[in-house]
Write a protein that binds this ligand. Structure first.
Ligand SMILES: [Zn+2]
Length: 57
C-alpha cells in the first residue's frame, strides 16, 4: 500500500482546482503566485498553463 495524502488547491489565476501531494500527514498549504526563498513547496501547472507555488506550513 502506498497511500499519499493530497490537498485540494485552487489556481490563483483561473480558479481551477487541483490536488497536490502532501509531504507528510496533515499539513496546511498556502498558494502563492510567485516563488519564495524558503519553505517546502511544490510547483503546480494547471491545464490553462498557469504556474503557481504551493507552500507547506
Ligand atoms: Zn490556472
Amino acid at each position: 500500500m502506498n497511500e499519499v495524502a493530497t490537498k485540494a488547491v485552487t489556481c490563483p489565476h483561473c480558479g481551477e482546482n487541483a490536488s497536490v501531494p502532501l509531504p507528510g500527514g496533515e499539513t496546511e498549504v498556502k498558494v502563492r503566485k510567485s516563488i519564495a526563498a524558503f519553505g517546502d513547496h511544490t510547483t503546480v501547472t494547471c491545464s490553462q498553463g498557469h504556474t503557481y507555488w504551493v507552500y507547506f506550513c
